[in-house]
Design a protein around this ligand. Structure first.
Ligand SMILES: [Zn+2]
Length: 242
């Protein structure tokens, strides 16, 4: 019963609706709207390689030193990275400073659709007391010092993360943008067509008012009763397409 009422209501609405003539510009906009939904994900996917924001997190600085015996190596995290020079424990030989960094990259536009976290890396500043050959040991000592320090900043887990929400929002944004672009491109054509229509109607109505043929402008006063232009055979009582 309610379904039948609904159908009747819809028919009634349809009967009373003003018929809007859809021109080729409206159809083109419709095509652009549908095509936009297909193209938007491709653009979002491409944006992952076109728009990349890179950043580096400084995690910790470690001062590495060796004992006076010259063999055992150890490291200590520098609490304040801005402090001038590492604070080495007494009776040790400073070897260098190791800074731990982690590089990150955010891909996508307008929202980030993928982020990449690289494995943490060490940047070494070796002092003259440290031979090049012991670089590996310095890094190992710095890593051990960070692992043992409960207050050290832990690096984030390396890997890639896909942002589903970013994907959905970006596709929507591109869809709107593409549709708006198509509308903007079609706007001058629509305006031009409208201006042409109004001007054409004004000319034709002016001819009709003077009993001239609206089509060719021939003075058709004599043939007013036949309703046809003797020159071009056109209808004299045409109603301009307002
Ligand atoms: Zn005519």
């Amino acid at each position: 019963m309610p379904l039948r009422t609904l159908r009747r209501t819809l028919r009634e609405i349809d009967r009373n609706s003003r018929r809007v003539k859809r021109g080729w510009a409206d159809r083109a906009l419709g095509v652009a709207f549908v095509a936009g939904l297909v193209v938007a994900p491709l653009i979002v996917w491409k944006m992952e390689s076109w728009v990349v924001k890179r950043g580096t997190d400084g995690l910790a600085s470690v001062a590495v030193f060796k004992g006076l015996d010259g063999e055992s190596m150890a490291g200590v995290r520098i609490r304040d990275p801005k402090a001038k020079g590492p604070m080495y424990p007494a009776s040790t030989i400073p070897l260098g400073e190791a800074k731990q960094w982690q590089d990150r990259a955010w891909h996508g536009w307008p929202l980030v659709t993928r982020d990449v976290t690289m494995p943490p890396r060490f940047e070494l500043k070796l002092l003259p007391a440290c031979p090049e050959s012991r670089q590996g040991e310095v890094i190992a000592a710095a890593q051990a010092a960070l692992d043992a320090d409960p207050q050290a900043l832990r690096p984030g887990e390396a890997g890639e993360r896909v942002h589903v929400g970013g994907w959905i929002f970006s596709i929507g944004a591109w869809w709107v943008l593409l549709t708006f672009l198509a509308w903007m491109l079609l706007l001058p054509l629509r305006v031009g067509r409208e201006v042409h229509r109004v001007a054409r109607n004004a000319v034709r109505q002016g001819r009709i008012d003077r009993c001239h043929c609206p089509n060719c402008g021939y003075n058709a006063k004599e043939s007013i009763q036949t309703g046809r232009c003797p020159e071009c055979g056109c209808d004299l009582y045409e109603r301009p397409d307002w």
